[in-house]
Design a protein. Structure first.
Length: 237
C-alpha cells in the first residue's frame, strides 16, 4: 500500500513538472505559420510575378533547317494597364533562354519533341556570340510608353490593350506596337500577346550552316505570357 501511494505521488510530481508537449508543438506550428505569412511578398499594382511570367519565341526555318520553340524568363517587370504614358518596363533575361523544351514547342504550336542533346546544341548556338551574344548583351528591354484599352475585346471576349513602346535588343532600339488580352485569374491579371521582329533589324545575322543550306528565318514571332498585379489593391504570392 505504501509503495503504491509513493508511486502515485511520484507520478503526480513528474506530470506537474514536465511541459505539455502537444501544447508546445501547437504553439510552434502557429508561430511558424505566422512567420511564413509575414514572409509572403507584397506585390504592388503593376508588378509582374516573375516565377510564372515567360516569353516564348517561334523561330522559322530556311532550306533544310527546322522550326524551333524557345522559352525565356524575365529579369524584372512592371506594367500598368490603362496608362497613357510611362506604362512600365519589361526586362528579358536572355541568358535564361532555352530552345525546344516540350513546353516551348507546345506553346508556339510545334509538334514533336527533340532530344536533350539537340536542345542543348540549338541553345548553345542561339546564346553564342554569333546570335544573341548573351555574355555581352545579357538582357533585352521593352520600355512601354502606353498601355491603353482597345475599343474591341478579343475573340474570346476578353478586354484588350494596345502596348506601344520601344524594344531594345543588343544595341539597337526600335518602336513596337501590339495587342494583349487580359484575363482575371485568382486576383491576378493574366496578360498575353505577341509581336514580330526581324533579326537583321537588330544587327543579328540569322544562324545558318552548310553554306546556308540549313538555317533559321530572319523573322521571329515573340509572345509574352505574364502575370500582373491588378491596379486595385496589392496582391500576394
Amino acid at each position: 500500500m505504501l509503495k503504491s501511494t509513493c508511486r502515485m505521488v511520484l507520478l503526480c510530481f513528474i506530470t506537474a513538472v514536465l511541459p505539455a508537449t502537444p501544447v508546445v508543438a501547437q504553439h510552434t506550428r502557429t508561430a511558424s505559420s505566422q512567420q511564413a505569412k509575414s514572409k509572403q511578398k507584397q506585390y504592388q499594382p503593376g508588378d509582374l510575378y516573375l516565377a510564372s511570367s515567360h516569353v516564348y519565341t517561334l523561330v522559322g526555318k530556311t532550306g533544310l533547317g527546322h522550326e524551333h520553340g524557345v522559352v525565356g524568363n524575365l529579369a524584372s517587370g512592371h506594367l500598368e494597364l490603362g496608362a497613357t504614358n510611362k506604362a512600365g518596363e519589361i526586362v528579358f533575361d536572355m541568358a535564361s533562354f532555352q530552345a525546344d523544351t516540350d513546353a516551348a514547342r507546345k506553346y508556339v504550336g510545334l509538334e514533336g519533341t527533340l532530344s536533350q542533346s539537340t536542345q542543348q546544341q540549338v541553345t548553345d548556338n542561339m546564346l553564342g556570340d554569333k546570335v544573341l551574344n548573351v555574355d555581352k548583351y545579357p538582357t533585352a528591354t521593352f520600355k512601354v510608353h502606353s498601355a491603353e484599352k482597345a475599343a474591341k475585346p478579343s475573340k474570346r471576349g476578353l478586354p484588350q490593350y494596345v502596348l506601344k513602346g520601344e524594344f531594345t535588343l543588343q544595341k539597337i532600339t526600335r518602336p513596337i506596337e501590339f495587342l494583349v488580352e487580359v484575363e482575371m485569374v485568382k486576383g491576378w491579371q493574366h496578360v498575353r500577346g505577341g509581336f514580330r521582329i526581324k533579326q537583321t533589324d537588330y544587327g543579328i545575322e540569322p544562324f545558318s550552316k552548310a553554306f546556308g543550306a540549313i538555317g533559321v528565318a530572319d523573322q521571329l514571332t515573340i509572345w509574352g505570357d505574364a502575370w500582373v498585379a491588378p491596379i486595385s489593391g496589392s496582391a500576394q504570392r
